[in-house]
Design a protein around this ligand. Structure first.
Ligand SMILES: Cc1cc2nc3c(=O)[nH]c(=O)nc-3n(C[C@H](O)[C@H](O)[C@H](O)COP(=O)(O)O)c2cc1C
Length: 187
């Protein structure tokens, strides 16, 4: 069974700007696996630079933001690879592509970790953060999943928001709910 961490992948665009995308990163004995669905800007950047930063952050607004059109999160240069990293990460890994398994739908980029750094302490799990990440995934599947399934899952996930969210989680939740509402208003 794969062990997957929901992370923020940062890569460099051809014009030097940062590209930020939430992705599930598989942990393997040999390193980390990034598996972008085509088409993907992350994939294009990985093909060109063969490098990415994997950012571990508890600011779930970045997950919710990226799936609701908010991409301007502060970044800085990574330490040793040609890619940016999030300023708001608790820690990050810098990876280089070691080999690629090509696929029409979802190529697999096997990466070796060339550098890691810690920036701030991890203060424990928060259920509302998990709820935001789960809901962000639902938002990426709005056109694919039945509305009743989405409503059922949101009813459950909202319990954790009501009980345990702080201001960042509430803001992220608001963006996600607004995006779902807008999607449903479209003809
Ligand atoms: C928690 C989370 C995990 C995700 N994992 C993946 C993933 O492993 N592969 C992928 O292609 N998209 C994943 N997505 C969706 C991408 O973030 C989104 O489609 C993004 O636009 C990727 O395309 P890009 O590389 O062009 O930015 C995930 C989204 C969320 C919220």
């Amino acid at each position: 069974m794969p062990f997957i961490r929901e992370s923020i992948v940062t890569t460099r665009n051809a014009d030097g700007t940062a590209h930020i995308a939430p992705m599930g990163i598989h942990e393997l004995d040999e390193g980390l696996l990034i598996a972008p669905f085509k088409p993907s800007r992350t994939l294009v950047n990985l093909e060109r630079d063969r490098a990415a930063a994997i950012n571990y952050t508890d600011d779930v607004r970045i997950y919710a933001g990226c799936v609701t059109g908010r991409y301007s999160w502060p970044v800085q240069d990574a330490d040793i690879i040609p890619a940016p990293r999030l300023q708001a990460c608790l820690a990050h890994s810098e990876v280089e592509v070691a080999r690629v398994e090509h696929d029409e739908q979802r190529p697999r980029y096997y990466c070796r970790v060339v550098h890691e750094a810690n920036h701030a302490p991890f203060h424990g799990f928060n259920r509302a953060q998990n709820a935001v990440i789960e809901t962000a995934i639902l938002v990426t599947r709005l056109g694919m999943l039945p509305a009743e399934k989405i409503d059922r899952e949101i009813d459950y996930l909202r319990i954790a928001i009501d009980k345990t969210a702080g201001p960042r989680e509430q803001e992220a939740w608001g963006w996600l709910m607004a995006t779902i509402d807008e999607f449903r208003k479209k003809p």
